[in-house]
Design a protein around this ligand. Structure first.
Ligand SMILES: Cc1ncc(COP(=O)(O)O)c(C=O)c1O
Length: 484
C-alpha cells in the first residue's frame, strides 16, 4: 500500500470510529508531515481523496474539517422490464440533446467550462500536426490503426486484468463506431440482442438502425445486469448477442461483481452467444483500481484450456477516449477476439481508416504519461462532484424518491415523483434554459417516465446550481398524471 493510501485509511477509520468527530479540525498538513515524516504531496493527496469521498471538507485559510452525515437517498428498485423482444423507436428528443451537446451537462455552454482544458494534450496534438509530412497526407493509415497507439492501449488494457497484444486491437471512430462494428460482425437483421434496462440510448439507436430486436434485462442500480435474469431469458429467447457495460454502466453507474462477470461468461459459452462489452467508463473509478474486464477473464479461461481469444473468444470489448479524456477526438478501439478479422473488414468498409495525425498525437500523450497524470486528478474531481451534486439534488428536486449511488462513471439515475413524465418536461425545461435527459431515452419500452439521468461530469458552479433550482421549480409545478 502506498504512503498516501495508508494515511487515507488511518484517517478514514478515525472518522468512522468517531475518534475524529463531525466538525473537528484535522491536523494541519504541516503538522502531519512533521509527525509522520511524510511529504507534503503525500498528505495533500490523502486529504484530497477523503474530501472527494465527502468525508472531510476544506475551509479557506482554516484547514480541513470532518464533514457531517450526508443526506442518504435510497437506491431505485431493481428494474423490471417486459421480458419480450421489441422493435425500438427512435426519439427526436435525443437528437435535440445531442445537437445541443447536452448529454452530460444540463447547462451546456463553453462559457461554463473554464479551466477544464487539457494543455499537454493540446501540445501533443499540435506537435503531431506539425510533424506530419505533406507526403503522408496522401496516404490512408492502416485500417487496423497506428501500431504505436495500439501498443500504448494494450499496456493500459493490461490493467483491466491481463496482457493484451496490440494485434488484438482495431482502432475505431469512437466507441459507438466500435459497437456498430461489433453488432455487424455478430448479428443478422431480426436477431435478438439482450441488453441492460435501463441502458445506454446509443445501443437502442443501433439496434433500431440494424433491424435488431431489443430484449431488455432487469438490472440492479448498484451491481448492474443480473445473470439470473439472463439465464431465464436464454431459456425463452434465441439471444444472439449480449450488450453489457460491466463497469459503471450508464445511466445508473452500476458496477458488476467479478462473480457475476464469470457467470455471464459461462452462460455465453453454454449458449454460443457473443458478448459486446462496453468498457468506456472503466477508467473513471473512484476506488484504487479499474474493474476487471470480461475480456480478460475470458482470455485467462481460454488460456487454461490451451485456446486463444483469436480462436474461441466470444467477448468483443469496445471503448474510447470520449469519457476519460476527450469526446472530440472521436478515437476508440475494439479488442475483438475471434471476430478480429471480420471487424477489420467492417472498419475498412465503414470508415477506411482513422486519422494518423490524431493517433500520433494521442499516442505521444499516452507515452509521456499524460493520461495517467490527467486521470489521477480527474477521478478525485469526479468523486467530489458526484457527492456535491447528490447533496444538491436532494435539496433542489422536490419529490426525489431515490438515486443510484455510483462508485465511478459520470452519471446518477434519479427517480422522481410517480406519475411525472420527464419526457413531457423536456421542452418546458428547455424554455428555462435547462437540458434534461429523460428516463424514456434509456429503454425501448414505455417505462422510466419518472426517471432522469443526471451527470456530475461538470462542476456544480453557481450557474448550474441556479439551473438545478429552476428545474426543481418546474418539477414542483408539474402535475403528476394518474398512475395506471
Ligand atoms: C455507454 C456508452 N457507450 C458508448 C458511448 C459512445 O462513445 P463515443 O463518444 O466514444 O462514440 C457512450 C456515450 O455517451 C456511452 O455512454
Amino acid at each position: 500500500m502506498l504512503l498516501y493510501q495508508q494515511l487515507e485509511q488511518q484517517l478514514r477509520e478515525d472518522i468512522r470510529s468517531g475518534q475524529l468527530a463531525v466538525g473537528e479540525r484535522l491536523p494541519s498538513v504541516r503538522r502531519i508531515c512533521q509527525q509522520l515524516q511524510l511529504s507534503k504531496s503525500t498528505v495533500l493527496t490523502a486529504y484530497a481523496r477523503l474530501e472527494a469521498e465527502g468525508l472531510i471538507h476544506a475551509r479557506p485559510r482554516s484547514g480541513y474539517f470532518v464533514s457531517g452525515q450526508r443526506t442518504e437517498l435510497k437506491q431505485p428498485d431493481h428494474s423490471q422490464p417486459v421480458p419480450t423482444p421489441l422493435e425500438v423507436s427512435a426519439d427526436q428528443v435525443l437528437l435535440d440533446i445531442m445537437r445541443k451537446g447536452a448529454a452530460f451537462d444540463l447547462l451546456p455552454s463553453p462559457a461554463h467550462c473554464s479551466g477544464e482544458g487539457n494543455e499537454p494534450l493540446r501540445r501533443c496534438l499540435a506537435r503531431a500536426q506539425r510533424r506530419q509530412g505533406s507526403t503522408e497526407q496522401h496516404y490512408y493509415d492502416d485500417p487496423q490503426g497506428l501500431e504505436e497507439l495500439r501498443e500504448q492501449l494494450a499496456q493500459r488494457l493490461a490493467q483491466g486484468g491481463g496482457p493484451i497484444g496490440s494485434e488484438e486491437l482495431v482502432i475505431t471512430h469512437g466507441c459507438q463506431h466500435g459497437l456498430l462494428l461489433a453488432l455487424l460482425a455478430t448479428t443478422q437483421p431480426g436477431d435478438v440482442v439482450a441488453l441492460e434496462s435501463p441502458g445506454f440510448y446509443g445501443n437502442f439507436q443501433l439496434l433500431q438502425s440494424l433491424g435488431l430486436k431489443a430484449l431488455e434485462l432487469p438490472c440492479s442500480p448498484s451491481t448492474g445486469l443480473s445473470p439470473e435474469a439472463l439465464e431465464l431469458a436464454l431459456q425463452h429467447w434465441p439471444v444472439k448477442v449480449l450488450m453489457v457495460s460491466p463497469a459503471y454502466a450508464t445511466p445508473t453507474g452500476a458496477c458488476m461483481t467479478d462473480e457475476h462477470k464469470q457467470q455471464l461468461l459461462q452462460l455465453a459459452r453454454g449458449h454460443n452467444m457473443a458478448i459486446i462489452e462496453d468498457d468506456i467508463y472503466a477508467e473513471l473509478h473512484f476506488g484504487m483500481r479499474r474493474p476487471r474486464t470480461l475480456y480478460s477473464y475470458e482470455k485467462e479461461q481460454l488460456q487454461q484450456t490451451g485456446q486463444s481469444v483469436a480462436q474461441a473468444g466470444n467477448v468483443i470489448l469496445c471503448s474510447s477516449f470520449s469519457k476519460c479524456l476527450s469526446r472530440d477526438l472521436r478515437l476508440g478501439w475494439v479488442a475483438a477476439g475471434r471476430y478480429r478479422d471480420a471487424i477489420l473488414q467492417l472498419k475498412l468498409s465503414t470508415a477506411i481508416a482513422s486519422s494518423r495525425t490524431l493517433q500520433l498525437g494521442v499516442s505521444e500523450y499516452l507515452q509521456q504519461g499524460g493520461l495517467d497524470r490527467f486521470l489521477r486528478q480527474r477521478r478525485i474531481q469526479l468523486q467530489r462532484q458526484c457527492h456535491q451534486w447528490l447533496e444538491q439534488l436532494a435539496v433542489a428536486l422536490p419529490g426525489l424518491q431515490s438515486s443510484s449511488q455510483p462508485t465511478g462513471g459520470l452519471s446518477v439515475w434519479l427517480e422522481l415523483e410517480p406519475g411525472l413524465d420527464t419526457l413531457q418536461l423536456y421542452y418546458p425545461a428547455l424554455r428555462e434554459d435547462v437540458v434534461i435527459t429523460p428516463g424514456r431515452l434509456f429503454t425501448s419500452q414505455p417505462r422510466y417516465q419518472s426517471f432522469l439521468r443526471l451527470s456530475f461530469a461538470h462542476p456544480l458552479t453557481p450557474e448550474r446550481q441556479a439551473a438545478l433550482e429552476r428545474l426543481g421549480k418546474l418539477l414542483g409545478n408539474a402535475q403528476p398524471s394518474a398512475q395506471p
